[in-house]
Design a protein around this ligand. Sequence first.
Ligand code: OAA
Ligand code: MG
Length: 218
Amino acid sequence: MASNRLAQFRVFGKKIVAVGRNYKAHAEELGNKVPEKPIIFTKPTTSYLSQGHPIKFPPGCNDLHHEVELGIVVGKKGYQIPEEKAKEYIGGYFVALDMTARDLQLDAKKNGHPWTLSKGWDTSTPAGEFIEKDKITNPQNLQIWLKVNGEMRQNGNTADMIFSISYLISFISKYMTLEEGDVILTGTPSGVGGLKGGDVIEAGIGDVAKITFSVDKS
Ligand SMILES: O=C([O-])CC(=O)C(=O)O
Ligand SMILES: [Mg+2]
């Protein structure tokens, strides 16, 4: 991928594919079973938010949660990608937040309904700048962390993913073509929690990348 700007994956990326409960400790903290195969959902690209703009509460939400995640930017088109070739399809990385209206999601879960609105409203995917692939030697050994108002809330390591990045690329592409600029959100470690208006979120991947976003409850 030539340019290193977020705009790059906005322009080319057609979809955001997200993975749920990919860290045992997070599945358990919300009282969910540890999955035997990846739980996949999608978010619209209109949910992207770049730094300098506030995260908004969606209508009807009183329990807005942060979820920091390692984002993978797909580097080239592929369908039914073998796991051993998956790394060739990684174009780069970014720090992402999979913002979640936990009360709306709980309601959807109870009724067996999709999570789309609880994960997909405008501003629900705050994203950092594109990180070149060669800046990260081992994406399965990265600290991912998130602070709210300076206090550490999430502090995990990508080594603890249940399903590896290569496995996820192979699994997702069995069903849908991955295209250049599409992104995969690889799931959140434990420590998710509620936010209020005026909170400031800082999150990052080790010392490679950091993002800052404020929360607006108006
Ligand atoms: O909402 C959830 O708990 C599922 C999810 O996105 C994650 O695990 O990252
Ligand atoms: Mg998530």
